[in-house]
Design a protein around this ligand. Structure first.
Ligand SMILES: [Zn+2]
Length: 415
């Protein structure tokens, strides 16, 4: 039996939480490729960056242009800012962003620990409603209100904060388990009570400090649906994210589609295509420079490997003996060609001959020498920008959308 008409949607935050992580980051071209692959996977929304951070401006506006052109469609692109009027104003000044999540700290720990007595919970609440009013009255189409450290926030204050957000027109409320303090049981009870009292769709934003991130994310989503509202789970590709990471995108999809308590009972956004998992996970691994753990659910090298006698025998007789789902479902199983002989690559010091050879292999033909020279120059810059050999998808993107590539790689520091 499915529960009502409410659904679980995914808002991926790789390009926000994933890239703000210590020692990790993505070039703007790589962030763009992630947005494209999230769109291909049918993900509802990508929190694609920081509208008040100057080095993001060209990237954000270039991706918003891709959305207008229909390349990034139907995915929704949303920015993350602090819940203060100044940030909303600056976001509107620098970018054409139409969707925002505005974030405020709500726990006593953070309010006292960060503001040192200078601001109270009610001050934070007032800042949030003012920022929300400003955003809503200046053309922002959807606004999610984030309660940072919600899991350590007094529940009655959290409800008051969320009700104020609803009264001022918030579209969703983000429950942030910022430190991964909740477990699947505590988050279920807290989110259910919050959703019942506030009646606003809930976003679950969980972290993995105690190793429970996927369990807590899906339990929170279950609570929202059981309370009669839609749920939105925040994920990162390969579980990237602050410290021990966010909820892994593929694991969350698998948990909802395949687990005994969710499969056929709770409805995941039907547009999600699990078969795009392999593509996005392997690309993110390459772009971040972080290997996929061998035992990663679905996409790890051992996720479908069997060796011990009883397991191998059982899996060969009937794969269902030792596999809950098939590798084809994740887009695995295609042979990958690895060049072991002579290779011509395109990079920051490439010349036109080698460059033509690279594109001819991709079956791209240029109209004339002028076009080829322009694309070559962009490819050189792209390689300066990513500092690793460009992938086939990246090379194709540059050839297909040279103006966008140029815009998103444009930097003018200290202008
Ligand atoms: Zn986070």
């Amino acid at each position: 039996m499915r529960k009502g008409n409410n659904r679980i949607y995914i808002i991926d935050v790789t390009n926000r939480d994933g890239v703000q992580t210590s020692r990790l980051g993505l070039a703007k071209l790589q962030k763009t490729m992630i947005n494209i692959m999230l769109n291909e996977m049918g993900i509802y929304q990508s929190e694609f960056g920081f509208p008040v951070t100057r080095h993001e401006t060209h990237y954000l506006n270039a991706n918003l242009r891709l959305a207008k052109m229909g390349v990034l469609k139907p995915i929704i692109l949303s920015g993350w800012i602090r819940a203060i009027v100044g940030d909303v104003k600056l976001a509107l000044e620098l970018t054409q962003v139409e969707h925002l999540n505005i974030s405020a700290s709500t726990s006593n720990q953070m309010i006292n620990g960060k503001y040192r007595g200078k601001r109270s919970g009610d001050d934070v609440l007032k800042d949030m409603t003012e920022a929300l009013d400003y955003a809503k009255s200046h053309g922002i189409k959807t606004v999610g209100v984030n309660a940072e450290d919600a899991s350590r926030t007094d529940l009655s204050f959290l409800i008051k904060f969320a009700k104020a957000a609803k009264e001022h027109g918030a579209d969703r409320f983000r429950y942030c388990d910022t430190l991964g303090f909740d477990d699947p049981f505590t988050i279920y009870h807290r989110v259910k009570s919050l959703a019942q009292k506030v009646e606003l769709p809930i976003e679950l934003h969980c972290h993995n400090d105690l190793g429970m991130v996927v369990g807590s994310s899906v339990a929170g989503a279950k609570a929202a649906i059981d309370a009669g509202v839609d749920a939105y789970i925040n994920t990162c590709v390969n579980g990237m994210g602050e410290r021990a990471g966010n909820a892994d995108l593929v694991s969350v999809v698998l948990a909802i589609q395949k687990s005994s308590g969710f499969a056929n009972k709770y409805v995941l956004d039907e547009r999600i295509d699990l078969a795009k998992s392999w593509q996005i996970s392997t690309y993110a691994s390459y772009a971040f420079g972080v290997n996929i753990p061998i035992n990663q659910p679905g996409v790890g090298a051992n996720a479908f490997a069997h060796e011990s006698g009883i397991h191998a025998d059982g899996a060969l007789k009937d794969r269902h003996n030792y596999e809950l789902y098939d590798f084809h479902e994740l887009g695995r199983g295609e042979p990958e060609i690895i060049e072991t002989g002579r290779q011509i690559t395109a990079g920051e010091y490439s010349g036109i001959k080698g460059f033509r050879n690279v594109y001819e292999k991709l079956e791209i033909r240029f109209h004339d020498d002028k076009e080829a020279t322009e694309i070559l120059e962009l490819v050189r810059y792209a390689n300066v920008h990513t500092q690793r050999p460009l992938t086939k998808r990246e090379l194709l993107f540059i050839a297909n959308y040279p103006d966008i590539a140029k815009e998103l790689m444009t930097f003018t520091p200290l202008a």
